[in-house]
Design a binder for this molecule. Structure first.
Ligand code: NAD
Length: 505
């Protein structure tokens, strides 16, 4: 039975305050709405009605936040790791207490089905706890020995960080970036996506409750071209952790060049899932469906290109088509819903343009292909499967970022590898085969930052996460995150045994 009515009541309870009050910034420990601020509307993907007004941050707002982060840096970076750990755990405790609210607000703001958002607070909390426990060891380095000297390295927090996040799963992605930055001893200025600002406001609120010193956590709402740009240019900001589109990533590098920003870019993907004839058919089918249609296909690691071997192609595509047609599209707060509405009407238009492209290029629309207007004024699109496609088609080359899968057939292992790598992107790759040797060969040859064999995007917090080629620069996860958020210093100690060069004696 649907629990939609009950969840709608919860949505009313948790979202009313955003409708009644302008959502401002969080600067130096205070929620601020600058006088006379320009506002923008925040519509819900469910029916495009307003969830309230949000402050469009100016350069001056961003400057205040960056200055606050700079002023707080000394205290926070010098605080013992064990103390930072306590605050970060307290933050995770508060996330867990507000899990229901976070899930409902995130679903309503982004259109992601509640079934995937229910665990968001706990997973976000897990990100904080994982890095909290590592805070004390963040400064650890290496000892590097020579005959007459011993070198040791120490790490120290790099400085205030700009964190810029997208709208697809903003809550999770924000925690994934902010937790290691804070654990490392950095202070942060967060610029959430203008399409989905609400969970960032809740995160900032919780930071105040958790007891971070003022200025450690700052958040400025607004648009990329103004507030976001200023963040990437501000001299106090030493590094920018960015998640978003590839074209925005290139802009951020350019904008940050003058102040020599270190950048970590997690960008787009057109990730292949390769299913060989010998794969476990049912498990592969489940994974293929899950990895493109979950999270509305608005997922950087979604397997949006299915490369299917010719021996099982017809049987696999027939089963897949049936599954895609069965996917339940609907209100994101209905626990039965598997695919919710897309983030924004402009994004819906973009996704729909690929239906036209598929037809024009001669692919077959085996399932979906249309808008679901009978679901109301929201941005609903039918889960879509393109078959009879080839890798040169637009639908195989561009990131659609919706519940849309392009299937391409291949005959040999070599062909599969060539097709998989024939893309500007290189974020993730998925391989389904029961031949261990093949899984090893293909894993080594895939041009991707991450490869899953017979699995669907299992996360391991210590493992490196990130892409190659146009999918990004840098890695997150475990110590990889600290490498980004910290500087390494080498200290060289003489044993008193070497000859010091003599001049002018
Ligand atoms: P986007 O690039 O349009 O926006 C992302 C953020 O950048 C927003 O906060 C935006 O305001 C800001 N921004 C835009 N222009 C800017 C500028 N000139 N300077 C500074 N900030 C600026 O991305 P989106 O549409 O919000 O998100 C979808 C994209 O994110 C997809 O391409 C997806 O693949 C990618 N993504 C990647 C990963 C990953 O881990 N690789 C994860 C999630 C999403």
């Amino acid at each position: 039975m649907s629990d939609l009515t009950q969840n709608l009541q919860l949505a009313e309870k948790y979202l009313q305050r955003f409708k009644d009050n302008v959502t401002g910034h969080f600067i130096n420990g205070e929620m601020v709405t600058p006088e006379g601020a320009e506002l923008f509307d925040n519509p819900t993907p469910i029916d495009n009605s307003s969830l309230g007004q949000v402050v469009a941050g100016t350069e001056a707002d961003m400057d205040s936040a960056c200055e606050a982060a700079e002023a707080a840096f000394d205290e926070w970076s010098n605080m013992p790791g064990s103390e930072r750990k306590k605050i970060l755990h307290r933050f995770a405790d508060r996330l867990a207490e507000r899990a229901e609210e976070i899930a409902i607000v995130e679903s309503t703001d982004c259109g992601q089905a509640l079934r995937f958002m229910k665990q968001a607070a706990l997973r976000g909390g897990a990100n904080f706890r994982f890095f909290a426990d590592k805070a004390a060891e963040a400064k650890d380095g290496q000892a590097l020995h020579q005959q007459d000297h011993t070198n040791f390295t120490v790490r120290s927090a790099i400085g205030p960080i700009g964190v810029i996040t997208p709208w697809n799963t903003p809550f999770m992605l924000s925690t994934w970036k902010i937790a290691p930055a804070l654990a490392a001893g950095c202070t942060i200025v967060h610029k959430p996506a203008e399409f989905s600002p609400l969970s960032a406001a809740i995160l900032a609120e919780i930071s105040a409750e958790a007891g971070f010193p003022k200025g450690v956590w700052n958040m400025v709402n607004g648009f990329g071209e103004s507030a976001g740009k200023r963040l990437t240019e501000h001299p106090a900001i030493k590094a920018v952790a960015f998640v978003g589109e590839t074209v925005t990533g290139t802009r951020i590098m350019t904008q940050g060049a003058k102040t020599l920003k270190r950048v970590h870019l997690e960008l787009g993907g057109k990730n292949p899932v390769i299913v060989f004839d010998d794969a476990d058919f049912e498990r592969a089918l489940d994974a293929v469906v899950f990895m493109i249609y979950s999270l509305n296909g608005q997922r950087c690691t979604s397997s949006s290109r299915l490369l299917i071997q010719s021996g099982i192609r017809d049987k696999f595509l027939a089963a897949l088509t049936e599954r895609v047609k069965n996917i339940r599209v609907g209100h994101p707060l209905d626990s039965n819903t598997e695919v919710g509405p897309l983030i924004h009407p402009t994004h819906l238009d973009k996704v729909m343009s690929y239906m036209d492209a598929a037809k024009a290029e001669g692919a077959t629309i085996a399932a979906g292909g249309e808008r679901l207007a009978d679901l109301g004024a929201g941005n609903y699109v039918a889960p879509t499967l393109f078959t009879n496609a080839n890798n040169q088609m637009k639908i195989a080359r561009e990131e659609i970022f919706g519940p849309v899968l392009t299937a391409i057939s291949f005959d040999t292992e070599e062909e599969a590898i060539a097709l998989a790598n024939d893309t500007p992107y290189g974020l993730a790759g998925y391989i389904w085969t029961n031949d261990q040797g093949r899984s090893m060969r293909v894993s080594h040859k895939l041009q991707a930052g991450m490869v899953w064999v017979n699995s669907e995007n299992n996360r391991n917090l210590p493992s490196p996460f990130g892409g190659v080629k146009s999918s990004g620069i840098g890695r997150d996860g475990g110590d990889y995150s600290f490498e980004f958020y910290m500087e390494t210093k080498n200290v060289c100690l003489a044993h008193g045994t070497h000859r010091v060069p003599v001049l002018g004696r």
